[in-house]
Ligand binder design. Structure first.
Ligand code: 3PG
Ligand code: MG
Length: 414
């Protein structure tokens, strides 16, 4: 992976420069009060902010997507940011309008001006080709106001949107510290991970996990893939197991993924580990574990069973690299967090390189207070999985183009 092909904050002067800083502080919010439930992504940009103390920083991020309950203003984020950095933080409830442009023009060094939710601009919600993004109103309004663009939004680098790709193509642009750190951590996994290397994949989405399993195994970068959540059900089905009637109904809609899983199993069955027992909720609300070869209950399985978590935990503890993304079950429901908690705790007991990603897993690690016990906690979900499935990230590709442009023009003013 081309971590060395883009420029970083070590390559530029920032004193008194007007800097657009794209971050991803899209965080879980309380649905009714909109107070911040997990500030991991806000704390993660502090090193970049510290490096930019001499610059006039204008910070942009999105929060959620249009139509969702947590699609709101960035004002609470600005308040939270003020607690973590030494600079004065000011908020403007505008993105590209006259108010925002005037405030950007008057920005002062040592201050951070936080723009409102970038996705309040319709153009920021559409993925498009770089040449189209350059022509957006968003890029045309903002780019003339800045000397430098810093992209620290690793968790959004898989989106080809105006603030991620358009501004990077329009301005001298470098990667922020978090972007550098994340790319370095994940590139280790794609190069020569220490063996044995174990992946633990769960969650509700399969479309972004199956390509990872395929890519990592085809390139021989993992020794075991331990499955939970919906990916486990897909592979159990692919190997001919019978699930609960509710799970069978769900699997009936995922036929293509089951076919892909069968093809993966044909080549790599000895590397794929599926649960030997699953946990269900009994009518009284109690947890009950069922062996996979016994009759299953009617409703969906909500966690991996205890025998499975013991088997997985042993493999995790003795591995030299462990990568985990997605919870192993519906951990929000009382009694069904056993599998996910056990996986996280076993990772903290592993002496190898450990990395977790995805909002749910990272949020749980933070609630358990064990975040600092992992080698790397990624702020990304989808972007991490895109990289691990062999895709390039549009945000990183744009940074590489920017470095080539900056080299050609030998722009020494930066
Ligand atoms: C995320 O949390 O997945 C990132 O902030 C990107 O957001 P998106 O998936 O809505 O583009
Ligand atoms: Mg996402």
């Amino acid at each position: 992976m081309p971590t060395q092909n883009f420029a970083t904050l070590d390559d530029v002067q920032t004193k008194d420069k007007r800097v657009f800083l794209r971050v991803d502080i899209n965080v879980p919010l309380d649905p009714s009060t909109h107070s911040i439930l997990d500030d991991t992504r806000i704390r993660a940009i502090s090193e970049t902010l510290g490096r930019l103390e001499d610059a006039k920083v204008v910070l942009g991020s999105h929060q959620s997507r249009p139509g969702k309950d947590d699609f709101t203003s960035l004002e609470p984020h600005a308040r939270a940011l003020a607690e973590y950095c030494n600079q004065e933080v000011k908020f403007v409830d505008d993105v590209i309008g006259p108010q925002a442009r005037q405030r950007i023009a008057k920005a002062e060094p040592g201050q951070i001006l936080v723009l409102d939710n970038l996705r309040f601009c319709a153009e920021e919600n559409i993925d498009d080709k770089p040449e189209k993004l350059l022509k957006t109103h968003f890029v045309k309004q903002l780019s003339p106001l800045f000397d430098l663009n810093v992209n620290d939004a690793f968790a959004t680098a898989h989106r080809s949107q105006p603030s991620i790709v358009g501004l990077t193509d329009a301005l001298p642009s470098v990667a922020g510290r978090l972007m550098e750190k994340e790319l370095k951590a994940i590139s280790t996994l794609l190069q020569e991970p220490h063996r044995p290397c174990v992946y633990v994949l769960g969650g509700a989405k399969v479309e972004d996990k199956i390509p990872v399993i395929d890519h990592i195994l085809t390139r021989n970068k993992a020794d075991k893939i331990l499955l939970g959540g919906v990916p486990a059900k897909i592979f159990l089905k692919a190997s001919g197991k019978k699930l609960s009637s509710r799970d069978e109904q769900e699997m009936a809609t995922l036929g293509l993924h089951i076919e892909t899983a069968k093809a993966i199993m044909k080549k790599f069955s000895e590397k794929i580990e599926t649960p030997t027992d699953l946990a269900y909720e009994e009518s009284g609300g109690q947890r009950t574990d069922r062996n996979i070869d016994a009759a299953q209950l009617k409703d969906s399985a909500l966690d991996i069973g205890v025998r499975t978590l013991e088997r997985y935990s042993a493999m995790i503890k003795s591995a030299s690299t462990v990568v985990s993304n997605g919870p192993l079950g519906v951990f929000e429901r009382s009694g069904f967090d056993l599998g996910t908690k056990a996986i996280l705790e076993s990772m903290t007991l592993c002496n190898g390189y450990t990395i977790i990603g995805g909002g749910h897993l990272v949020g749980l690690a933070s609630i358990l207070g064990i975040e600092s016990n992992f080698s790397h906690v990624s702020t990304a979900g989808g972007a991490m999985l895109s990289l691990l499935s062999g895709q390039s990230l549009p945000g990183v590709d744009a940074l590489i183009r920017a470095a080539e442009r900056m080299k050609k023009t030998k722009d020494n003013s930066l």
